[in-house]
Design a protein around this ligand. Structure first.
Ligand code: ATP
Length: 355
């Protein structure tokens, strides 16, 4: 995949003096806080100017800021970051701002397996992977004329649910669709949403065992999405649509949640199958990942998306979650990432978790 060998870069690194670096946004407070707890140096890459609000959070403020005019400038900083033994922790905004293709060419050790990108960013490949893992996804409707159930229309590349809309008929679809954009039509699954945050380690055997390594469940959340999650305060969706107000799906925050305990075997089994399939398809989804699901009234999971790195839904758990508390006190996903790097550095196997 990449034109460079991560092992060559790592060969020049001082493994006892590693730095964890990420872009100042998304889940960076948690990443820096977790890294500090594990004794790493930290660098925050910020666009424009130093983010002043970090001063208000001393335990999550990076030791050093690098200010760039735009994210692409990170490419001119790779030597400087490598000299500081930097390991990049990618998060959703990092990949988004840099652009997936650029991200693949970033010549710095990066936590996780970058090969996952092509399986995650292409909705057809994502479906091949998830359905190949025997997960149930919402039905896809290829021809808008076939809409005879409520559907959600998703524009490609529209992050954070922007522009998505619900249609119940072909007529409604026609009224709302922006033909200039490519889109997918999915069955709108009725149920409750759970965003499941896993951590897969190919190098540790001390959790839910897989064919290689082991799996943890660190937390789960529900996204708070405006306006869909509050629109009913004003009237029924139907009433509002009649006067031209349509619900939207823009993420504004995250709400902590737990799932009924009897569903945990299913939760682990789904995570297991996704990881096992990923090992076969592209060498494994390493580190944190999230399955975005709806649980139906028959207690079945429908998975509408996978995110292959730390997601912002882990942010409510800076000091641990009702699940991570059964692993270790104060274990956030950011801290778990730092621990994985520390363990790999100690055993000289960083190349197994970085790409
Ligand atoms: P991200 O990449 O940030 O995860 P996205 O823009 O790719 O988001 P999705 O996560 O696919 O978008 O969907 C956005 C929101 O729309 C979800 O959080 C959920 O509330 C709702 N949603 C998505 N798919 C379905 C579905 N099939 N049925 C019901 N609701 C859905």
């Amino acid at each position: 995949m990449s034109k460079f060998d991560i092992k060559d870069i790592l060969a020049n690194y001082d493994k006892n003096n590693l730095t964890i670096a990420t872009v100042c946004s998304h889940s960076s407070l948690q990443i820096f806080n977790g890294a500090k707890k594990e004794g790493f140096n930290t660098i925050g890459i910020a666009v424009g100017e130093k983010r002043k609000f970090y001063d208000a959070f001393p335990l999550a403020k990076p030791d050093e800021f690098i200010i760039v005019d735009n994210y692409k400038e990170i490419f001119s900083l790779t030597d400087e970051l490598a000299e500081k033994n930097s390991i990049i922790i990618p998060h959703g905004s990092f990949v988004e701002y840099l652009g997936p293709k650029n991200f693949l060419n970033l010549e710095l050790p990066t936590f996780g397996n970058r090969n996952v990108l092509m399986w995650e960013s292409d909705r057809n490949k994502e479906r091949e992977w998830l359905e190949g893992s025997n997960l149930t996804m919402p039905m896809e409707i290829k021809n808008p004329k076939d809409i005879d159930i409520p559907v959600i229309v998703k524009y490609h590349g529209a992050k954070g649910g922007k522009g998505f809309f619900i249609a119940k008929t072909y007529e409604e679809f026609k009224q709302r669709i922006d033909k200039n954009k490519s889109f997918t039509i999915q069955e709108f699954v009725l149920g409750t949403r759970y965003y499941l945050h896993y951590f897969y380690s190919p190098i540790r055997e001390n959790a839910y065992k897989l064919s290689k390594g082991s799996l943890q469940l660190l937390s789960m959340d529900r996204r708070d999405e405006t306006t869909i999650d509050e629109v009913q305060r004003l009237g029924s969706i139907q009433e509002l649509e009649e006067i031209g107000i349509h619900p939207t799906f823009v993420v504004t925050g995250n709400i902590p949640i737990v799932i009924r305990e009897s569903l945990l075997p299913k939760v682990f089994s789904m995570g297991e199958r996704v990881v096992e399939k990923s090992l076969k398809l592209f060498g494994g989804i390493i580190g944190s990942f999230c399955l975005e699901t709806v649980v139906t009234e028959t207690l079945d999971f429908k998975v509408f998306e996978i995110s292959a790195r730390i997601v912002a839904g882990t942010n409510p758990y800076a000091s641990g979650s009702p699940y991570s508390e059964y692993i270790q006190n104060n274990l956030s996903t950011g801290r778990r990432i730092a621990q994985e790097i520390k363990f790999a550095a100690k055993h000289d196997i960083l190349h197994e978790i970085l790409s």
